[in-house]
Design a protein around this ligand. Structure first.
Ligand code: GDP
Ligand code: MN
Length: 390
């Protein structure tokens, strides 16, 4: 789960990681008043969306007066901001962070990730922070310093000093860098994070190090023990259908094809998507209904898949082990009856109670396309689209 920059900075304050003074402004609040409240002559107005590259996309602006702070905030709030990370449709900006602007002398990159090879939280740092870090990492991987943390002892001072000195954070900056690294690590561990990123970590006036940008994401499987983090979830930043599906216990990921898929088990769902592709079709989604799916859950799966206007056919592929084909069949009947489904529905059932399931479907008198095997089902689904559009 991702959170906004302003929320991450609030968390940083609790861990004594230095961040600029600032406040978030929603559509209805006055940016001018917020800017006036803070001392300073210049302010940074920053669009709050769950995507980076805002600087490049025009989502980070400097205001020279409180009036201009208001103008820039008004301009950003309500716009769809397109950055290299949002895709062409961009993201709606619903709030901005108004901060005291800092005079930047140097920009560094500091991050913590979980390195899957070493299976350790790993500190990543670079002297080339700022907006070009991805480019730097590609062009010159040696410019990026890595230091794995032994979980038994945690991040140690000597490791921080080593990393700091290798990226040129020496002299007065070294002890500040060590503190920031250790505090960031503590925050990361305490909150079961997957990623923490400070880019830029900047040297500002009076040789102070400060986190000017802040990003964190958290392990969704650990959220049950972090109600404070769970509260920060912003559903507006997530795919509405995926949110709704997870509320029904369905694992749904939207894709851009036109064959709607309803499958049990992640492995079978992946295999189904592969076979659809092999047959010349394109899956509209990944959807795993899980085990022991009730008729209602199956009907909900139909509803969610059909909310995607691109779906031209539905392929339901259930290989029932823990599931029961009779329940699945009841769900299909409910869906076709109640949801006025206009697209063809291809059904492949196998496994537990399959005879009973087939009987329910046949007895319903409803219109659907029967398939025996997966390849057969995928071919029929792709062919059905051809017939619909012909
Ligand atoms: P990102 O592009 O989404 O990563 O957004 P950032 O928060 O990193 O902002 C982009 C860039 O804006 C930074 O790399 C800085 O160069 C610049 N910036 C951010 N805050 C300040 C500030 O207080 N003063 C100045 N002069 N520049 C800033
Ligand atoms: Mn940044």
């Amino acid at each position: 789960m991702n959170i906004h920059e302003y929320q991450t900075k609030e968390l940083f304050r609790h861990y004594d990681i230095p961040v600029p003074e600032g406040r978030v402004v929603h559509a209805d609040a006055a940016a001018a008043a917020v800017a006036e409240e803070m001392n300073g002559e210049r302010w940074v107005i920053k669009a709050q969306i769950h995507a980076g590259g805002r600087g490049k996309g025009g989502g980070v602006k400097i205001a020279e007066s409180v009036e201009q702070a208001q103008e820039l905030a008004d301009e950003l709030i309500g716009m769809r901001l397109v950055t290299p990370q949002t895709g062409p449709e961009g993201r709606l900006v619903q709030r901005v962070l108004v901060e005291q602007a800092q005079e930047i002398r140097q920009e560094y990159y500091l991050g913590l990730v979980i390195d899957r090879n070493s299976q350790r939280i790993t500190l990543i740092a670079s002297a080339s922070g700022g907006m070009e870090i991805e480019e730097v990492a590609r062009r010159d991987p040696n410019a990026v310093v890595r230091e794995a943390v032994d979980p038994a002892v945690g991040l140690l001072d000597f490791q921080c000093r080593k990393v700091a000195s290798r990226i040129g954070l020496t002299g007065k900056l070294m002890p500040q860098a060590v503190k920031i690294m250790k505090r960031l690590y503590r925050c990361f561990r305490d909150k079961d994070a997957l990623l923490a990123e400070v880019n830029p970590l900047a040297v500002v006036a009076d040789d102070r190090l400060m986190a000017l940008d802040a990003k964190m994401s958290f392990d969704s499987n650990a959220l049950f023990r972090h109600p404070d983090i769970t509260d920060l979830r912003d559903f507006d930043e997530e795919d509405a259908k995926e949110v709704e599906a997870s509320g029904h216990g369905l694992n749904y990921i939207a894709l851009d094809g036109d064959v709607g898929c309803i499958v049990n088990g992640a492995g079978l769902a992946m295999a189904t998507m592969d076979v659809i592709t092999l047959c010349g079709g394109r899956p509209a989604n990944f959807l795993d209904v899980g085990g022991g799916a009730s008729p209602e859950k199956i009907a909900n799966a139909f509803r969610i898949v059909l909310e995607d206007p691109n779906v031209k056919v539905i392929l339901l592929n259930i290989f029932a082990g823990i599931n029961r084909c009779d329940w699945v069949a009841e769900g299909i009947v409910q869906a076709i009856r109640d949801q006025h489904i206009e697209v063809p529905v291809v059904v492949r059932l196998a496994g537990t109670n399959v005879e009973e399931g087939r009987r329910i479907l046949e007895g319903s008198g409803l219109d659907y396309i029967k398939a025996e095997r997966l390849d057969d089902a995928a071919q029929k689904a792709v062919a059905a689209i051809g017939e619909v559009s012909a």
